[in-house]
Design a binder for this molecule. Structure first.
Ligand code: FES
Ligand SMILES: [Fe+2]
Length: 376
């Protein structure tokens, strides 16, 4: 039964019990979307960039989180800072895209900031009502690194990423022990065409392989879906889908010696997904980027092992994008239409404790984390 909560703009139970899922209106309501922005996305760890993008002092990467613009930049001591990408004079953005600069010079009136964000000069403002530059600095944003990945969090009081997802580093180390050898392949980076659905429809879809044998026939030929294992800990869900024992007719060039067999997926609450797929050794990291309550895009980076099968990697990406991702797009966009139907007000979780592979426990687990975050 749903009870009213003062923070949520709709009636909703704060504790999920049994098999009933979130109310359908949470997948389409603009007020919920606004609440998610401030209470969820601006308070959780968001993937920003790969370490190779910040390789030397002055290297920077800009990131947009909804309407907030950030810049990560490496200083001369080798530390990575993150600031709001906004000049303190009149608010012009300081930099765009990616690059490398010895200092940040605002393109509007040329105020200058050092790599630690301190105001180094305010042109022609040194006499009369001079600006006292001491202590004037860009506003910092928290940044944390897990292995080769930098994450940011707009909430100064958020728990450290190492605390909310302490298992991520260990798990990645176990599955990809040579991760530091993997290289970002910008040719394989992409931004998905927007999905016409709420971001949670995509996350729900990611967190269960209940649909895989029904809706992804190609993927189901590669994977032993019946033996999927789900592990949930703090803000992390780990899904391990073993390879089939006897793979026939792989849909992309597959080298039986050296290529990866099992599928591994890490979903970091609320919107980051890392994936290791069968085929040439690689690891992708993506961040779902909600645009509105009913529209979402996704930014994806792919890291590949330099000795891996490059051609196989490109063909697999094509297979993924034209196949599995498009299949999921069709499902998720259809579900978005479904959650507006008067005949659908609240779904169910398929929970079967005896059959882990068909179990939607990870979806339920994430939904509880979601309600906790919204009502905190
Ligand atoms: S807005 Fe940046 S120097 Fe004026
Ligand atoms: Fe899917």
């Amino acid at each position: 039964m749903f009870v009213e909560n003062s923070r949520l703009p709709i009636e909703c139970a704060l504790t999920i019990e049994g098999s009933r899922s979130l109310p359908a209106s949470m997948y389409r309501d603009d007020d919920i979307f606004e609440l998610e922005k401030t209470s969820l996305f601006f308070r959780t760890w968001q993937y920003a960039c790969h370490i190779s993008q910040l390789s030397s002092p002055g290297s920077y990467v800009t990131v947009e989180l909804f309407d907030q613009q950030l810049v990560l930049i490496r200083n001369t001591d080798g530390e990575v800072n993150c600031f709001y990408n906004v000049c303190l004079h009149r608010g012009h953005p300081l930099v765009e895209g990616v690059g490398c600069k010895a200092r940040l010079v605002c393109p509007y009136h040329a105020w200058v900031y050092d790599l630690d964000g301190n105001l180094a000069s305010a042109r022609r403002a040194d006499s009369g009502d001079a600006i006292d530059r001491s202590g004037v600095a860009l506003t910092s944003v928290r940044v944390e690194r897990v292995l080769d990945f930098y994450f940011v969090n707009l909430d100064p009081d958020a728990l450290p990423l190492s605390e909310v997802a302490g298992g991520l580093e260990d798990s990645l180390n176990e599955v990809v022990p040579d991760l530091s050898d993997y290289q970002l392949n910008p040719a394989l980076d992409y931004v998905d065409k927007p999905f016409e659905c709420n971001w949670k429809v995509l996350i729900d879809n990611q967190l269960e392989c209940y649909h895989c044998d029904v809706a992804h026939p190609g993927f189901a030929k590669l994977m032993d879906i019946e033996n999927t294992r789900n592990t949930m800990q703090d803000d992390l869900v780990f899904q391990h889908i073993p390879a089939v024992s006897d793979l026939q007719d792989p849909p992309f060039p597959y080298q039986r010696d050296g290529d990866v067999g099992d599928g591994m997926f890490w979903t970091l609450f609320p919107n980051t997904i890392l994936a290791r797929l069968p085929g040439a050794p690689s690891l992708s990291i993506s961040r779902l980027q909600p645009i509105s309550a009913t529209r979402t895009t996704r930014v994806i980076q792919v890291l590949s092992h330099p000795g891996g099968n490059t051609e196989g990697s490109e063909d697999r990406l094509k297979w993924l994008r034209d196949g599995v991702i498009e299949e999921d797009r069709g499902l998720c966009e259809a579900v978005q239409k479904g959650v507006t139907q008067r005949g659908f007000t609240q779904g169910y979780y398929a929970i079967d404790a005896q059959r882990n592979q068909l179990c939607e426990e990870p979806v339920r687990y994430f939904h509880q984390r979601y309600l906790d975050a919204l009502s905190a």
